[in-house]
Design a protein around this ligand. Sequence first.
Ligand SMILES: [Zn+2]
Length: 539
Amino acid sequence: MTRTLFAGGTVVTNLPAMATTDAIAVADGRVVALGDEARDWSAGWDEVVDLRGRCVVPGFRDGHAHPVHAGEESLSLQLGSCSSVEEVLGAVCDWARSHPADAWISGGSYISSILPDGVGDARWLDTACADRPVALFSNDHHVMWANSRALELAGIDASTPEPAVGQIVRHADGSPVGTLREFGAIELVERVMPGPDPEVSRAGLVAALDELARHGIVWVQDAIVDDTLLDTYLAAADDGLLTCRFNAAFRAEPGRWLHQRDHLVAGRERVRTHAAALGRVSANTVKFFADGVIEAGTGFLVEPYEDAPHSCGLPNWAPAELNEAVAAVDADGFQIHIHAIGDGGVRMALDAIEHAIRRNGPADRRPVIAHTQLVHPDDRHRFATSGVIANFEPLWAQLDPVMLELTIPRLGAARSALQYPIGSLVAAGARISFGSDWPVTTVDPLDGLGVAVSRQTADGRPVEGWCPRERVPMLTAIAAYTAGSAHQAFDDDRTSLGVGAPADLVVLGADITAMDGNEARDVGVERTVLEGRTVFRAA
Ligand SMILES: [Zn+2]
């Protein structure tokens, strides 16, 4: 039995709510004592970690991310640091030149605000690479920017009808500009791209595991898996590679969900009966997209867009069909996880969850609405009354270029000031969880915590914080990234570092518990412990 004592700093236990102590003893993968009792517990330590004033927090749990895609993206053409169209074109050109055998050039996470109105032209990409197809994803992953060859291979031209859930941005003559919004349009290109490759997927997961461990993350809600990805997780479990635990979400699609039902249940059972995955991988969740994103004009709003008075955005489902699909999947025993960004999307998601509750009766469901960017004030109380978890990506609650140049002009001032109502939902009694939506934004929980408490950009703007009433105290923010996501995961034995709980914990480079500003973003992870085993240690 391995015995470790962590003492000499602050230990956040979440027990009772948001409590702290000064020592924690771990033996055989579990917490065995706290505070004075921990120091007295046994003299026979294998290791005593002197915290020297630093702190221990429960392991971080990311309530919404795409880790394998993020890992894959980190191994492919990366555009997240490009600050202009010219830089993107240069990166595409360099990549194409150094990868002459690649049939397609694809890359990810260009910042959408570097393009005028978020719209990229195929002809610009043609100047970087014209002989091979190029398909790039925006940082929100709801928009694809393609070159002429990619559009041609996908058969997209002036005669292509508008997809049901998507938008082909067009010139006045109907020909495509090169920007495709939402999956109905994006899949026109994706279906002619090379399919998922198990080897690439495996490499992506391996890269992701490394990043997750170094950022103190011990559980992730993978927000969309397909069969290839599920196989990747199970194979990694067989090989003993998983230094983080995962719950997978299958995606239910409008018009297809009825035919998907049996396959989803079979996928969940395949994971449940895979012995090596036990305790490491589950697949208990089904994901729905209620709408798109506000910066692309596809988030569904209750009232029309400020810059497009004819449009309320793009709901991905007819409300009646979403109600039916959510109730059916709920009856199959899945947890519901709905992407909802605009106040119309959030309302539609709440309606569907309440419909399922009425239809199927009381149960321990823990439904999740992810992102919750804009919540109509009339709907705030519904999270608590219906037991809906609001999953926020706190890093997004800042005045970054996408917010300033695309989102605020589309929403107008009044609605802009209602975004990411973390403080208001906490005050309304809602349960909240935090996540990153990695690779949409960085996976680092400390960046998210810094913004949750400050509502400031990395360089400290605005001084008083953006919508300062929505700031939350650091311990509330830590609880959302730990206990809140553990509740979401049905990991009731891991919502706190109480005696007997699995020892999932993180040693941070400084005591963040009293920080109320962005300085938390500079605090590194020194050690990550999963079930008593150190899976990362800073050099
Ligand atoms: Zn996502």
